[in-house]
Design a protein around this ligand. Structure first.
Ligand SMILES: *Cc1c(COP(=O)(O)O)cnc(C)c1O
Length: 431
């Protein structure tokens, strides 16, 4: 069982909503910091451990600054994400640049920042070298991304490795490291990312074993001593209350056993472990707060919110479960069955389908409407937001450890929506 909490009372929400109308995201700084400390403590059994937080999960520079203060680096995959990491004060090898189908200017920016470039394909060795010439040339340190193909089972979100577009094959890796060495690269990393939202401890340990054995194979076949292995992200969180979390201690402890068994006797002593967790770092500590606007009774009972799938796409995209609570009605018991829906003109715009919930009062009924809190939205939540149907993306609040609330991103306005259009040109345009 996982415990679903929400750090703000209904009374406080009423106050907040006067300044920041719903919907909004709110993140719990204290909980994020405590979690980050647990990560670092658990993985401190490895030499040179570093977590590169996957920026795509929660691309807010305030959050990144908090994580940087806890010693985390960043994992970036685009130009904007590189800027975000820079804005948070992260620099050099604290930044991992794991991209694919990478445009030249992104490699140039990553090189400028001194980020660790992680190549997705063997042809990118040549491409990177050309891109950086004339100029700084290849960096001393490069990392390669591995795709284990049929050696590894996939999972629902990321698919089977064999069908995934990412990474080098095993043979390409061996060849790739040899080529890098010939071209003057001196330091090497190995990376993989094979699952997403995976809650099986064994799955992650198996990935560790695969990479540790591969590190030894690379030493033997390419005569390259890796400096680090990056295990990627993909650790799941218990979205459903009945699911169990994988604790950082069991994960790091299990990996350490394999490390001692495989790496220690191989002569690769000192091999550093890096990770790129996103979801389990911030996911459980962020919520989407909306209000119930309308009730509708047809073949099913619907509660319509002022948020929609443009604010949180996971349920529509993956059929993902997000726990829902109604502040102030915790004791009422789940007495009704609702589809909790948004306003997009898409029938999959449903935050919950046939969900048992307390009775919910809507704004149409009492003028304000109950708050509806959607849990575990702190990763891949606001980040996946979009403007389809002319929907404006909501803002983000940060609950500080002293109980104060800071707006860390304002809600979009209609002006933002039109900012990329030249409205004068539209007026003058004669079709
Ligand atoms: C998405 C991604 C991550 C983070 O995944 P989570 O499921 O959020 O932990 C890490 N590394 C890479 C390369 C990714 O694409």
């Amino acid at each position: 069982m996982s415990v679903k909490y929400f750090p703000v009372t209904r009374e406080r929400l009423e106050e907040l909503a006067e300044t920041y109308p719903t919907p909004f995201y709110i993140y719990d700084e204290k909980a994020i910091r405590e979690n980050a400390r647990r990560v670092n403590r658990a993985f401190s059994v490895f030499p040179g451990y570093r977590e590169h937080f996957a920026v795509k999960a929660l691309p807010n520079p305030f959050i990144l600054k908090i994580l940087a203060a806890e010693g985390f680096g960043a994992d970036c995959s685009s130009l904007s994400e590189l800027f975000l990491a820079g804005m948070a004060g992260m620099k050099g090898e604290e930044i991992m640049f794991t991209s694919n189908e990478t445009p030249a200017r992104e490699y140039i920016k990553a090189r400028e920042l001194g980020a660790v470039i992680n190549l997705d394909d063997i042809t990118h060795i040549e491409f990177l070298e050309k891109t950086l010439r004339p100029g700084p040339g290849l960096p001393d340190l490069l990392s390669l991304r591995y795709n284990p193909g049929p050696l590894k089972e996939g999972n629902a979100i990321i698919g089977k490795p064999e069908e995934a577009k990412y990474g080098f094959t095993r043979e390409q890796l061996v060849e790739g490291y040899k080529t890098l060495k010939e071209r003057g690269v001196k330091r090497f990393g190995l990376h993989t990312m094979v699952a997403s939202n995976e809650l099986s401890l064994d799955y992650h340990l198996e990935t560790g074993r695969l990479l540790f054995e591969l590190a030894v194979e690379i030493k033997n076949r390419a005569a390259v001593n890796l400096e680090f292995v990056n295990l990627g992200g993909g650790l799941g969180i218990p979205y459903r209350p009945e699911e169990e979390e994988v604790s950082w201690e069991e994960l790091a402890g299990g990996l350490k056993k394999l490390y001692d068994e495989i790496i220690a006797p191989s002569g690769l002593g000192g091999l550093a472990i890096h990770t790129e967790y996103g979801r389990p770092v911030t996911g459980p500590y962020g919520w989407l707060v909306a209000r119930a606007l309308h009730r509708k009774s047809i073949y099913r009972e619907y509660i319509g919110l002022d948020a929609c799938m443009a604010d949180l796409m996971r349920p529509a995209l993956y059929g993902a479960y997000h726990h829902i609570t109604v502040p102030g009605r915790e004791r009422a018991g789940a007495v009704k069955t609702f589809d909790v829906v948004g306003s997009l003109c898409e029938n999959n715009d449903k935050f919950a389908v046939q969900r048992k919930l307390p009775e919910i009062v809507t704004a149409a009924e009492n003028g304000t409407g109950d708050f509806v809190v959607i849990h575990d939205a702190g990763a891949h939540g606001r980040a996946m937001g979009f403007n389809y149907n002319g929907k404006l993306r909501c803002g983000e609040l940060l609950l500080r450890p002293d109980g104060s609330v800071l707006e860390v991103r304002r809600a979009e306005t209609v002006e933002d929506y039109f900012a990329t259009l030249d409205t004068r040109a539209v007026k003058n345009f004669v079709p």
